[in-house]
Design a protein around this ligand. Structure first.
Ligand SMILES: Cc1cc2nc3c(=O)[nH]c(=O)nc-3n(C[C@H](O)[C@H](O)[C@H](O)COP(=O)(O)OP(=O)(O)OC[C@H]3O[C@@H](n4cnc5c(N)ncnc54)[C@H](O)[C@@H]3O)c2cc1C
Length: 337
């Protein structure tokens, strides 16, 4: 384990922001983690655990220690005729875990194919896509308390998973290192094709879903055609969360804007933030080195050489214009550092 100083993070965040960290270290095992916890560089500084850097925006240099997670390994803990329990270390690539399960014909995370980043960051915001969320299959999350080094296992309920949210993003922010997660997947076909874009793709291409790979392939195809690749243009996927509104507020808004799309999930109404941003004229707009993607208004991009401050300024302008036009408050999904 080697602690580096004044480390450039530009290759470690998908926005490609060129921020520096006072200290930087890569962790490959739980033993190394325990060694790190007692070092002064760790104890006496602010810390951030980093996975793939695909949901983070460095707004300035970081005057603390960045811990890059490289904990690897996947194992099947137990199985019966209907289900299988899989444990993955947190430094694994999320999509590699999806491929591992899909290839073996296990159902549960195929709709979450191709989400960038690590397994350990998945519970942080209860990753979700194409009608599925991590919380549907999560059994527990293994962590280390960074102050004491003591291991603690959080049950799914204790993780308080919500829409792009968890206890780790709120009251326990940066207090626990997520070291592994356990998922319970199904061996019996339980396809989830309720999401409109997925359903349309399957119908249009006459795909009959026989196994989880059929869904995974469809999701990969749709994602690749819709979402900008961070290797080509810096971004962190959806910059904002969709907006929750009460039924009465939705009715009022739709009286003024009859085209306003919405969808009901778990008894609440959500308005797509991308639509709100587009209605304010932001889609495809560029301001200096930053901008709003021309195909997906929810995605802010670094056109090259942007600073985190430029992106934050753009985000603030977007928040203000949506507030002025619709009276709705956009909340960033991306973690601002
Ligand atoms: C093109 C693109 C598409 C995307 N699509 C989706 C999508 O469909 N659905 C979705 O939900 N998200 C999506 N995202 C966002 C992102 O991929 C996910 O949030 C992912 O889980 C982030 O993983 P990461 O390893 O890159 O996290 P990072 O960006 O490295 O970290 C994110 C946060 O988690 C914390 N963290 C990371 N690892 C640990 C750990 N081991 N212990 C404690 N804290 C930790 C970090 O400190 C930070 O606060 C997309 C991003 C991009 C770039």
């Amino acid at each position: 384990m080697k602690i580096e100083k004044n480390y450039n993070l530009s290759k470690l965040n998908t926005f490609g922001i060129s921020a520096r960290a006072k200290f930087f270290v890569e962790i490959h095992s739980e033993d190394e983690l325990q060694e790190l916890f007692v070092l002064s560089e760790f104890k006496n500084n602010q810390k951030i655990f980093l996975g793939g850097g695909s949901n983070i925006l460095f707004t300035e240099d970081f005057n603390g220690i960045i811990v890059l997670n490289k904990l690897k390994g996947m194992e099947i803990l137990n199985e019966d005729a209907e289900s299988i329990v899989i444990r993955s270390m947190s430094g694994e690539n999320w999509h590699d875990l999806v491929v591992f399960t899909v290839r073996r014909g296990y159902w549960g995370i195929e709709n979450l194919s191709l989400i960038p980043g690590t397994v350990g960051a998945a519970p942080m915001q209860n990753i979700g896509a194409y009608g599925a969320e991590l919380k549907n299959v999560l059994e527990n999350v293994e962590t280390f308390d960074t102050a004491t080094g003591i291991k603690r296992i959080f049950s799914r309920e204790e993780c308080k998973l919500g829409y792009r949210d968890s206890i780790f993003k709120n009251e326990l922010k940066d207090k626990y290192f997520i070291s592994a997660i356990t998922l319970k997947l199904s061996k019996i076909g339980e396809k989830n094709t309720s999401y409109k874009a997925l359903q349309e793709h399957l119908e249009k291409n006459k795909i009959e879903v026989k196994n989880p790979k059929d869904i995974s392939d469809a999701v990969i195809f749709i994602r690749q055609s819709k979402l900008p690749d961070p290797k080509v243009i810096g971004n962190a996927g959806s910059f904002f969360k969709n907006v929750f509104v009460k039924k009465e507020q939705l009715q009022k808004l739709r009286a003024d804007y009859p085209d306003m799309p919405y969808f009901e999930e778990d008894g609440v109404n959500k308005i797509p933030a991308g639509w709100l941003i587009e209605q304010c004229g932001w889609k495809g707009r560029r301001v200096g080195n930053v901008g709003v993607h021309d195909k997906q208004a929810l995605v802010l991009v670094n056109h090259g050489g942007a600073t985190g401050t430029e992106l934050v300024k753009l985000a603030k302008k977007i928040i203000i214009s949506v507030k002025e036009k619709f009276g709705l408050e956009l909340v960033p999904e991306v973690n601002l550092i």
